[in-house]
Every structure is written in structure tokens, then in C-alpha cells.
Design a protein around this ligand. Structure first.
Ligand code: SF4
Ligand code: SF4
Length: 285
């Protein structure tokens, strides 16, 4: 069980606790200002990620001080964790509304509008402060001529959209905006700033799911669909065995490989039940 589950979930998975999505948390001025600041300027987000290249060129002892400080600040302000689709479905089961909005990360990294982010609310969308806060930002990419505005999506439809995005190898991740308030779920790949920081620049800001994937070798045909789908480089292929193996230390437990396996050879297991997976975080190189 992760540290956030202990701190913000009272022994349950923290992101399954309805109070963490509550509207009254948005009445906190500091939190609504943080959200507005966060969404206002995609370029600022990109600049911060680019600065990590400078940090990675600094001496190891400097990195050893600065990186944990950044990670700890992110845990307090904007913390993300990978979720498999079954946990997304459980969340959709208790929230009242889902609002789809353009992804600030894709705006920053690609300059395009990609509607991969979903704001969640415990009240109907028209009463949601989150919608009000985001709409009040006035950032070009949220309100400009190419954007139709924020959309309310029926929960069942949103879940189907998530399943389709998973088939395209996007991973689901849940995010706080001043922890423990949870603002929404994103669908990420390496165009996302959190993925870039965590998987490409050795600065963990997005954390592993409560699960890890395991492969049943007898079922594996060696097609390698899963290898191509994994965003984290966690699956290797043995030519001699014509089978794949999953590195538990690299696996984030997203479940994307599972959906690409036509032989049903991959399952997600509680991370705590796999000794290698339950060990400490290891950033990817
Ligand atoms: S997708 Fe399934 S069958 Fe294909 S290599 Fe991966 S585990 Fe084996
Ligand atoms: S091996 Fe792990 S990280 Fe890679 S796709 Fe499968 S569940 Fe996700």
C-alpha cells in the first residue's frame, strides 16, 4: 500500500476515497489559485521540464539534494499515480460528473489540442467549481477559437473513451491539485510532462499503480504486442524462448500490455504480492 493510501486513504486506496474529490476542498482559495496558475501557461510547464536537462548535467551530489526536494514538493501539490482501468471504473462509480478538457501537456509539448484529460466532480457538472475555475482561466488553449469549451461526458461514455485510449497505449493516471484534492484522471504517454520527468529525466513525479503485471509463459505466443505497447520499457523478449518477461522493477502496473495481449497471458496482481515489485522506487533511465 502506498504512502498516500496511508496518509489520505485511511487504509484504503487513497484515490477511492470520495472525500478526496469533494467540492468543499475547492473553496480553499490557495487550491483554486494553484489550479488556475497550473493551467494558465503551457509554455511555463515545458520550460520547467527542459530545466531538468540542466539539473541532470549537475554533479550527482547536487542532484541528490534537489531531486528529492522537487519530488516532495510535487507530493504536496500535484501528485500522480498510475491506475488500471478497473480502478478508473470504480472511481466513475462514485463521482457525479466527468468533464473532458484539453491536455495542457500535449499543448506544451506538441502545440495541439488533445482531449485526454478528465476533471471529476462529486456534484453535477453545472454545479462544479472545477469547471468554473478552469473556464475562468482564459488561457488560449482552453477558450480559443479551436476549442469548443469544456465538455460534460456521461460516465459510461467516458469509460468507453478510456478503454479506447488504452488500446492506443495511453496509461491512466490520477492527479491531485494541492494534495489530497483529486482534480481528475489523465491519459498519458511520453508527450506528457509527468511521464517525461519520471520516465525520461529521472525525476519521479508520477508513481506506480498498486498493481504490477505478470505473464503466464504457457499462454504467451511471443507476438510482442505487449512489448510495443508498454510505455515504460518493462517487457523484454527472449528469441530463444519465444516468450516475454516482465521486469517488476520497471512495471508501473498500468495494464496497457494486458489489453494488447490476444492470448490473455497477462494479469495484474497486487504489487505487495510480488516481492520484486514491492521494493523501492527505481527511476527509469
Ligand atoms: S502480447 Fe501476450 S502473447 Fe504476445 S508476447 Fe505479450 S504476453 Fe505473449
Ligand atoms: S509491463 Fe507494466 S508498465 Fe508495461 S504496460 Fe504492462 S502493466 Fe504497464
Amino acid at each position: 500500500m502506498c504512502q498516500f493510501c496511508h496518509q489520505h486513504g485511511e487504509g484504503k486506496k487513497w484515490y477511492l476515497k470520495a472525500e478526496n474529490y469533494a467540492e468543499d476542498l475547492l473553496s480553499d482559495m490557495r487550491r483554486s489559485k494553484y489550479i488556475q496558475h497550473f493551467f494558465r501557461d503551457p509554455q511555463r510547464l515545458k520550460d520547467r521540464i527542459d530545466l531538468l536537462d540542466t539539473l541532470n548535467r549537475m554533479p550527482a551530489f547536487v542532484q541528490a539534494v534537489i531531486k528529492p526536494a522537487i519530488t516532495n514538493r510535487m507530493k504536496k501539490m500535484h501528485h500522480g499515480q498510475v491506475l488500471p482501468i478497473e480502478d478508473v471504473e470504480e472511481i466513475f462509480g462514485f463521482v457525479s460528473s466527468v468533464i473532458r478538457l484539453p491536455c495542457i501537456c500535449r499543448q506544451a509539448s506538441l502545440g495541439t489540442e488533445e482531449r485526454y484529460c478528465y476533471g471529476l466532480s462529486m456534484v453535477p457538472a453545472e454545479q462544479s467549481k472545477l469547471k468554473e475555475i478552469v473556464e475562468a482561466i482564459g488561457a488560449d488553449y482552453l477558450t480559443g477559437p479551436d476549442v469548443k469549451g469544456l465538455e460534460t461526458v456521461p460516465k459510461e461514455e467516458a469509460l468507453e473513451q478510456f478503454k479506447e485510449l488504452e488500446k492506443k497505449s495511453l496509461i491512466h493516471s490520477v492527479w491531485t491539485f494541492v494534495t489530497p484534492f483529486i482534480g481528475g484522471i489523465c491519459n498519458c504517454d511520453r508527450d506528457c510532462m509527468a511521464m517525461k520527468a519520471t520516465a525520461m529525466k529521472s525525476l519521479p513525479v508520477m508513481f506506480r499503480a498498486e498493481y504490477a503485471a505478470e505473464v503466464e509463459p504457457e499462454r504467451c505466443s511471443g507476438c510482442r504486442n505487449c512489448v510495443r505497447a508498454c510505455q515504460f520499457g518493462a517487457i523484454s523478449f527472449s528469441l530463444a524462448r519465444k516468450k516475454v518477461a516482465i521486469d517488476s522493477l520497471r512495471c508501473y502496473g498500468c495494464g496497457v500490455c494486458r489489453v494488447h495481449c490476444l492470448k490473455d497471458a497477462i494479469t495484474l496482481t497486487d504489487r505487495r504480492a510480488i516481492p520484486a515489485a514491492s521494493s523501492t522506487y527505481r527511476p527509469l533511465k
